[in-house]
Design a protein around this ligand. Sequence first.
Ligand SMILES: NC(=O)c1ccc[n+]([C@@H]2O[C@H](COP(=O)([O-])OP(=O)(O)OC[C@H]3O[C@@H](n4cnc5c(N)ncnc54)[C@H](O)[C@@H]3O)[C@@H](O)[C@H]2O)c1
Length: 361
Amino acid sequence: MTAHRLVIVGTGNSVGNHLKSIEKLGDRTEIVAAVDLDAERVQAFCKENDIPNWYTSVGEMLAAEKPDLVCVVTPPATHADISIECMEAGSWVYCEKPLCSSLAEFDRIQEAQERTGQYVSTVFQWRFGSAGKHIKKLIQQGALGKPTVAVCNTLWYRTQDYYNVPWRGKYKTEFGGPTMTLGIHLTDLFLWLMDDWQDVRAIIGTLDHDIEVEDASLALVRFGSGALASIVNSSVSPRQESYLRMDFQKATLECTTLYRYSNEHWKFSTPNDEDNDALAAWNELSEDFSGTHDVQIGEILDCLEANEPPPLVGDEARRIIEFTASLYKSAKTGETVKRGDITPDDPFYYGNAGIMPEVGD
Ligand SMILES: NC(=O)c1ccc[n+]([C@@H]2O[C@H](COP(=O)([O-])OP(=O)(O)OC[C@H]3O[C@@H](n4cnc5c(N)ncnc54)[C@H](O)[C@@H]3O)[C@@H](O)[C@H]2O)c1
């Protein structure tokens, strides 16, 4: 089998996650080029990692390299345009989170997918750990009983220096605070597991940073099943923790970690510690791998080879964009926002600042 031709766009702070993961895939892939607006940075990156070609323009790279898959690791405000340009040139895209600024931008990406027949899969590596996949299956099978109450906390800490990077801390370029950038991983995992969020009421605040966006958000969420949850996202929490707890009729599942999980980070409890069929189903978890980029890229390549849509496209990518837009709308209006409420006549369809675009924007 010939190796899939991969290109990395964006060789800044987070490119290492992509590089390491691609290397783990061995002969399945070949990194044929990298792109960055900063010529010195991309040249140094290619030299250090034996990548044969470098570019400062995505368009020139696409014309010359015709990649099978482009990994987009650029700042958020560039994601939609780069992804669409790649699809129009016949490439699939693996694009960093957050995929885009708004439902309006998401619908533009979706239109390009349908028009070109190519796909953008959003990077949400947390969905790809063995425990996460197993829990999804157990919930779908009803093995845990009905969900009741849940807690989803991303309590992280970021200094002002982190926000002093020009694109951070602003609605226009980062789309929001920890709700959009840090907590989006655990929130996406949680909403994917539960699937049927119905409405959200939220508050946000900027407590300890000089930024336009929030550095803390708290949300109350109701699910179609009737389950109730709270979601907290913070970049002002010195003892950092990512904590997900989901209570079901037959079991409690908890994950306590920071940036990634493997099976050991999950705790499974039954009522009064009794053996029950839910425990037996949980114990069927035999594999143990972390939710990392290589698992997601591997699945994307499987789909490319099988000519099937990859994971995390369409509704599976839209869920978190709609949820976060609804959270910001609720926080800024004081209203409870229902899934489906935000339509093109709503300023929050165009971005989390809730400002209607001017004609010509
Ligand atoms: N999945 C994760 O766990 C994870 C972790 C951290 C960051 N991220 C995401 O990765 C993305 C990049 O973050 P970062 O910290 O590496 O940013 P960064 O600012 O350190 O690097 C971005 C790079 O992209 C380049 N760039 C900007 N516009 C470009 C364009 N139009 N064409 C080509 N190159 C361009 C910049 O010159 C820079 O080198 C963000 O979306 C961030 O949210 C994801």
